[in-house]
Ligand binder design. Structure first.
Ligand code: NDP
Ligand code: 8X3
Length: 252
């Protein structure tokens, strides 16, 4: 049987990187995306021992760069079976009256518009082949809103709506669409949110057991390896110590 090909955005770190590693272990050829070329290069070298790996270094905010990168994919990788729309981050945790407009722009441009640009470049091929699976990485922040989460939560609520919209428009065209919505996962996410303040970032994951990127990768792999008639449409996963965005059973 031909190996499948997956394109993963945000493959340089956290959930995207863990997913790339697990996919490679399971024989899925990869197109790895992200801005940090050195990391893409290293990951390509490591995973090429198991599967075919191509990488694309671009900023999902840059519409032209997205289309140029995806149009440049070599023919042996062109038939993308699986798209993991994962690139994204929070920028800041300020109350709405104190938020930075640049942070708002970054979150809407990366988490929402970037996801749309990448999807727009890839979906037509899936429609033509009448086959494909799109996993949108949402968040519990797309299901509820927490203090200071304002625009990040808005961006993930948009991902929730886009996920539903994609499924409505694509299910009859042979394309499965689903979202995985994690709670607290220990990645570089909080380091980015707090602009490199590692002390603040580390605190987010202390006093309880957070999810690991590998936990989410396993769920993503489970989702894409279901039989053709099964589509996991929308899944929320939290650490056992978490009940909602603001209720976490911390020891300190
Ligand atoms: P990380 O910060 O570890 O990874 C984020 C990834 O997104 C990196 O690979 C980064 O690559 C990529 N990325 C960010 N901005 C851009 C950009 N402008 N262009 C291209 N790629 C970009 O965080 P996570 O792994 O935690 O985050 C992955 C997804 O999971 C995000 O959508 C996040 O919102 C979501 N999520 C995370 C949770 C958590 O608690 N960690 C919980 C719920 C959802 P590079 O910098 O190299 O471009
Ligand atoms: C990441 C989870 O709770 O930090 O989407 O928003 S949270």
């Amino acid at each position: 049987m031909d190996k499948k090909t997956a394109l993963i955005t945000g493959a340089t770190s956290g959930i995207g990187k863990a997913t790339a590693i697990l996919f490679a272990e399971n024989g899925i050829n990869l197109i790895l995306c992200g801005r940090r070329k050195d990391r893409l290069d290293t990951l390509q070298r490591e995973l090429s021992e198991k599967v075919k790996v191509h990488y694309l270094s671009f900023d999902v905010r840059n519409k032209e760069a997205v289309f140029n990168a995806i149009n440049s994919i070599p023919s042996e990788f062109k038939n993308i079976d699986i798209l993991i729309n994962n690139a994204g981050n929070a920028h800041g945790l300020a109350p709405i009256d104190q938020g930075e407009i640049d942070d708002w722009d970054a979150m809407m441009d990366i988490n929402v518009k970037g996801l749309l640009y990448v999807s727009k470049a890839i979906i037509p091929g899936m429609v033509a082949r009448k086959k494909g699976h799109i996993i949108n990485i949402g968040s519990t922040a797309g299901k509820e809103v927490y203090p200071g989460g304002n625009v990040y939560c808005a961006s993930k609520h948009a991902v929730d709506a886009i996920n539903q919209g994609m499924r409505l428009d694509l299910h009859a065209k042979g394309i499965k669409v689903g979202a995985i919505n994690p709670g607290l996962v220990e990645t570089e996410f909080s380091k980015v949110r707090f602009k490199g303040d590692t002390e603040k970032a580390d605190k987010v994951y202390q006093g309880y057991t957070p999810l690991t990127p590998e936990d989410i990768a396993e769920i993503i792999y489970f989702t894409i390896s279901r039989p053709a008639h099964v589509n996991i449409a929308d899944l929320i996963v939290m650490p056992s110590d978490q009940a909602s965005s603001t209720i976490v059973n911390k020891t300190e």
